[in-house]
Unconditional design. Structure first.
Length: 145
């Protein structure tokens, strides 16, 4: 078999895989203005394995605008093999933060939403009285308090 035949056979086999979810750590993020694609590497945090990732730049701008090296993410994408170069890449269609990054992203989203609604404005805050009028005590059923 010729190299081109083998490459096309590999491409056909990989195309049959369909969409996959992959979790890892982002490295080598390359977001270039003017390009419609963003390139990065997804690294396994436990093993010495990595995947080349490509995705539409607007996907990153929409879902993870502050993406940086070291972020843990889970991505959904379709494996691609480029027979002319003999290279493999995962073309992603969804990206989500994982772990602490996900929690911090949710908190920041809520903070921005509440700030847009004006919930943090100074005129909405109620000052504490100098001396409290009521005091409450909450204890457990069998506590010594």
């Amino acid at each position: 078999m010729a190299v081109s035949q083998v490459s096309h056979e590999i491409k056909n086999w990989i195309e049959k895989l369909g969409q996959v979810w992959v979790e890892g750590q982002v490295t080598q993020v390359k977001i270039r203005s003017g390009y419609q694609k963003t390139f990065m590497t997804l690294r396994d945090v436990n093993e010495d394995y990595s995947l080349s990732i490509t995705c539409p730049s607007n996907l990153i701008k929409t879902l993870m605008p502050d993406i940086a090296d070291g972020d843990r993410v889970v991505v959904n994408g379709k494996p691609n093999f480029y027979p002319n170069r003999g290279s493999f890449s995962l073309e992603i269609s969804d990206i989500r933060p994982v772990g602490l990054g996900e929690l911090l992203a949710r908190i920041e989203t809520l903070r921005k939403m509440f700030a847009a609604e004006g919930l943090f404005d100074a005129d909405r805050k109620i000052g504490l009285p100098f001396l409290p009028r009521n005091i409450g005590l909450i204890t457990g059923k069998a506590s010594a308090a």
